[in-house]
Design a protein around this ligand. Structure first.
Ligand code: GDP
Ligand code: MG
Length: 597
């Protein structure tokens, strides 16, 4: 155990985390040149394309230093706030962290928020000044910034380049020298932290864990404490580039476990694995059941595909337990599902996976949070509203509560004004303002979660020029003056376009919504009036003018095959369009309310 080091890499996006990780794997011969493929750790297609790590991963390296062999477990963490719970559990599995800072960009938003997470977990921080090969690198100034942030010495900062490989040896040495060896007792009852899981269609769920105390042996009867379920550890091993089966994984080490678990929802990140016969009395602290934060309807473009869509969602749920769904029907869209997601990125991922892996073409409706509606009837009844169209009529409604969060934003002093106006526009109430240094300010707000769903990140990024770290946690439900904004197309209300918004914003949002829909809905053979309404009151109106020319008119009625081709082409263009009444609505229009600025 004294020769094990568990560490993660934390960095702002694009500061070179993946590139450097690949360098470490190459330098320790964990991968041979033949196996080397850019960004080995990001192995889901979507991750490679977007350049982000969605799921966390772990990989074990062997390294010899001063004649002794060491085991280095690199625990990779997802880089998006939707998955912040997974990040926190991965960090909890480590004793140290490489803090990577781009020598041209200096400290950025995620550098700070991830650093705080690491410090909360008492990790040893090794600062790395990366990309020193860049002509625009500014090592002196950026080093000063790092010293300000960490209170470390200039000599502690390792200069490196993931591009050239410069400094990689120094980093490996520092991991051995500075990251503490794991503490823990192999003779205690088993206590292992689950920080990740993967779905393998052939082997079932693979659980990735860090043993704190005791050991997991092949064939052992184990118990997951949060779910109370018991399994046999059919296979345990370590994670190299491939899985390497072992007889046991001991205290301090990281490994995987296969035990015929078929569904992702049986394995909860943050749960404690213990021995079924000799269980520990202490669950590892910090376990939480992750709850969906954002809901949206997912509907098949072709109504006949509803059952196929159900099958696809069920399969997706097997490997992504954070996806929840229930069948619902919409007057406009027919049968579909109301789905719960961890956040907006998670929603996009699910939509893309449905299309790529299951060949489904779907329409996603405006995302919303989960509300609590109280009716006027005595005794008072409250019910959960996950779909705006389920909100009772205003006459029957007493009040509506919505989820609130406490937001922490760290930004540069120069941007405080803009960040504050944005938060106030988003119905935030400032609760605290602290200058961390003369240049860096921490702001705290209480804010409705719904406002974060509605384009908050993009706006924050813009007003702060990318220099704002943002984090939040729920603080419960609060009463708000919410109304349902309905949209009528051609005089017909389209339930899938309804959204709950604050009363004071109804007029502005209604107006913008009509303008946006006019832009997004293609012209058709007839005029289409667009109206926004609250209750029976129309608050705004626009008209999409009819299209004059009939495209098939070009064919002079003669050439049937050409005409058919043209119609076929039009049909292709209809992908991701839904016919509602006699109006064709493109996917983008269902998201219009998110893109009003
Ligand atoms: P991540 O988002 O932190 O994982 O960053 P990546 O490893 O994906 O790197 C982001 C970009 O920076 C890529 O285009 C890399 O090729 C580039 N990059 C990474 N490390 C270096 C470096 O040391 N020097 C230079 N010049 N570019 C680098
Ligand atoms: Mg990366």
């Amino acid at each position: 155990m004294k020769n094990i080091r568990n560490f993660c890499i934390i960095a702002h996006i694009d500061h070179g985390k993946s590139t450097l990780a690949d360098r470490l794997l190459a330098a320790t011969q964990t991968v041979t040149a033949r196996e080397e493929k850019a960004q080995l750790l990001d192995n889901m297609d979507l991750e490679r394309e977007r350049g982000i790590t969605i799921k966390s991963h772990a990989i074990q390296m062997e390294y010899e230093y001063k004649g002794e062999k060491y085991i280095l477990n690199l625990i990779d963490t997802p880089g998006h706030v939707d998955f912040s719970y997974e990040v926190s559990r991965s960090i909890a599995a480590c004793e140290g962290a490489l803090l990577i800072v781009d020598a041209a960009q200096s400290i950025q938003a995620q550098t700070i928020s991830n650093l705080y997470l690491a410090l909360e977990n008492d990790l040893e921080i090794i600062p790395v000044l990366n990309k020193v090969d860049l002509p625009s690198a500014n090592p002196e100034e950026v080093s000063d910034d790092i010293i300000d942030l960490l209170g470390c010495d200039l000599e502690d900062i390792i200069h490196a380049s993931g591009k050239t490989g410069f400094g990689v040896d120094k980093i490996l040495e520092a991991i051995v020298e500075k990251v503490p060896a794991p503490k823990g007792d192999p003779n205690e009852p088993l206590q292992a932290l689950i920080f990740d899981s993967h779905y393998n269609p052939f082997r079932g769920i693979e659980v990735i864990f860090r043993v704190i105390n005791g050991e997991i042996t092949k064939g052992q009867r184990i118990k997951f404490m949060a779910t109370g379920k018991e399994y046999f550890a059919d296979e345990v091993g370590t994670l190299k580039l491939n899985q390497v089966p072992k007889n046991k994984i001991s205290s301090g080490d990281v490994g995987y476990l296969v035990s015929g678990i078929k569904e992702a929802k049986e394995v909860k990140v943050g749960d404690t694995i213990t021995d079924a016969k000799n269980p520990t009395t202490n669950m590892i602290t910090g376990f939480e059941n992750v709850k969906p934060m954002v809901f949206a309807g997912i509907y098949p473009v072709d109504t006949e595909d509803f059952e196929d869509l159900r099958t696809s969602m069920e399969k997706l749920q097997l490997n992504d337990a954070s996806l929840v769904f229930a069948a619902e029907s919409s007057a406009a869209l027919g049968f579909g599902f109301r789905c719960g997601f961890l956040g907006m990125l998670h929603l996009e991922i699910i939509q893309e996976r449905l299309e790529r892996e299951f060949d489904m073409t779907v329409i996603t409706t405006v995302p919303n949070v989960s509300y609590l509606a109280y009716t006027k009837k005595e005794p008072e009844t409250a019910f959960i509203v996950n779909n705006p169209s389920d909100l009772p009529e205003p006459s029957k409604l007493d009040r509506v509560e919505e989820p609130y969060i406490k937001a922490t934003i760290i930004t540069k002093a120069d941007f405080v004004g803009q960040v504050m106006s944005l938060c106030i526009e988003k119905r935030g109430q400032i609760t605290n303002q602290t200058y961390l240094t003369p240049e860096r300010v921490e702001l705290n707000f209480d804010m409705p979660l719904a406002e974060i769903v509605f384009d908050f990140y993009d706006r924050l990024k813009t007003v702060s020029k990318g220099y704002a770290s943002f984090d939040y946690h729920p603080i419960g439900m609060r009463t708000s003056k919410l109304v349902r904004l309905d949209v009528l197309l051609n005089g017909q209300s389209v339930d899938a376009l309804s959204a709950l918004i604050h009363e004071d914003n109804a007029y502005t949002i209604g107006k913008k919504m009509c303008e946006k829909l006019k832009e997004l809905i293609p012209r058709q053979q007839f005029d289409i009036p667009i109206q926004a309404a609250v209750g029976a009151k129309i608050i705004s109106r626009e008209t999409i003018k009819a299209l004059r020319k009939d495209v098939t008119a070009k064919c002079y009625g003669g050439d049937i095959s050409r005409k058919r081709k043209l119609l076929e082409k039009q049909k292709q263009g209809k992908k991701r369009m839904r016919q509602v009444g006699n109006v064709e609505i493109p996917q983008s229009a269902f998201m219009a309310v998110l893109k009003l600025n």
